[in-house]
Write a new protein. Structure first.
Length: 337
């Protein structure tokens, strides 16, 4: 049975679901880029499935679309519907001044923070033999810096940039997906690229790392884990650049500079707070460490935070410490240690 037959036969829901599953990973990564939220990407990939099932009779109406392109069009427009009704995803530096308060304030009500994305969900994504247009997820298009930067783009510009520069679609196909003219799609792309240059800088690729950590990076991660488990502020200081930065979503606070970060670590290293155990993880194709906390009088270590690191020249330039312990299962991390 051909793909088109599967899509147009209402009795073949199981076959349609199997066909959709072949593309689920890349579609969820696409929704994550569009929305900046792992949780929303899960919801939107399911919404894409439902919309595709309802519209299955329209597949191939133009005589050209592949299943993959058809699903991407549906996913993109589903995400645009969400973006038109919700505020953009943000990071703490966008809503708070630098500083080192004794305790982070509570998150603002209904402020949607950027979330990390599990590497383990990216690993299975690869081109299928009959889908030559598919591409392996590029690290630089899933890392936090890129995801944070594109949240500044208006929804349509964001969609155009992702379709053109991430997925490699033509201007004509992009315009068709968004029901726009080629000229307006090209104009939106130029504006989006200009915004990204302002946010990321022309030389951003010089600090981009490969998908697999090298020995220097593995040693840096080992020392980072060791410093936290030993509550050793001096050891942590040795790993940080002087102008390193720490953010702690969903708390609207950030710490600029090594000294501020060490002040922030004082609470976590205080014996009265508890004892940390840390596990190397993977998020957004960047080095990551999951922290678990055993509070005084307790026997088990409970999920605390996931640190996603940006490294430069053998040291840590930025730490994004996501205080979303409910996301640990998505990263394949245990519920307790």
């Amino acid at each position: 049975m051909s793909s088109a037959e599967q899509l147009t036969d209402p009795r073949e829901e199981s076959a349609f679901a199997a066909l959709f599953e072949r593309h689920r990973g890349e579609l969820q990564a696409h929704c994550y880029r569009m929305l900046g939220s792992f949780e929303d990407s899960e919801d939107l990939v399911q919404e894409t499935f439902l919309r595709a099932w309802r519209k299955r009779a329209t597949f191939g109406a133009d005589g050209r679309s592949s299943v993959r392109a058809w699903l991407y069009r549906i996913a993109t427009n589903a995400c645009l519907d969400v973006l038109r009704s919700r505020p953009r995803r943000v990071l703490p530096p966008q809503v708070a001044a630098a500083g080192a308060p004794a305790a982070p304030p509570s998150p603002p009500v209904d402020l949607p923070w950027l979330q990390p994305y599990p590497d383990r969900l990216l690993e299975p994504i690869s081109p299928a033999a009959d889908e030559p247009g598919a591409v392996i997820v590029a690290r630089e298009t899933i890392e936090l810096a890129f995801i944070a930067a594109i949240q500044h783009l208006p929804p349509r510009q964001r969609a155009v940039l992702i379709l053109r520069d991430v997925l490699g679609w033509s201007a004509k196909d992009t315009a068709s997906t968004l029901e726009a003219s080629v000229a307006s799609a090209n104009s939106a792309l130029q504006r989006a690229r200009a915004t990204l240059r302002d946010r990321l800088g022309e030389r951003r690729t010089e600090w981009a790392r490969s998908s697999e950590p090298n020995e220097e990076e593995r040693e840096l991660l080992r020392r980072y884990v060791d410093a936290h488990e030993r509550a050793d502020a001096d050891a942590l200081a040795e790993l940080l650049w002087e102008d390193a930065r720490l953010t702690m979503p969903p708390h609207p606070v950030w710490y600029a500079g090594r000294e501020a970060i060490l002040i922030a670590s004082e609470k976590g290293f205080d014996p009265e707070f508890g004892h940390l155990r840390s596990v190397v993880a993977g998020a957004n194709m960047q080095p990551a460490v999951a922290h678990y906390l055993r509070r005084p009088g307790e026997s088990a270590y409970q999920p605390l935070a996931l640190d996603v690191l940006r490294t430069e020249g053998g040291r840590i330039a930025e730490i994004t410490s996501f205080v979303f312990p409910e996301l640990f299962p998505a990263f394949g991390l245990p519920s307790t240690l």
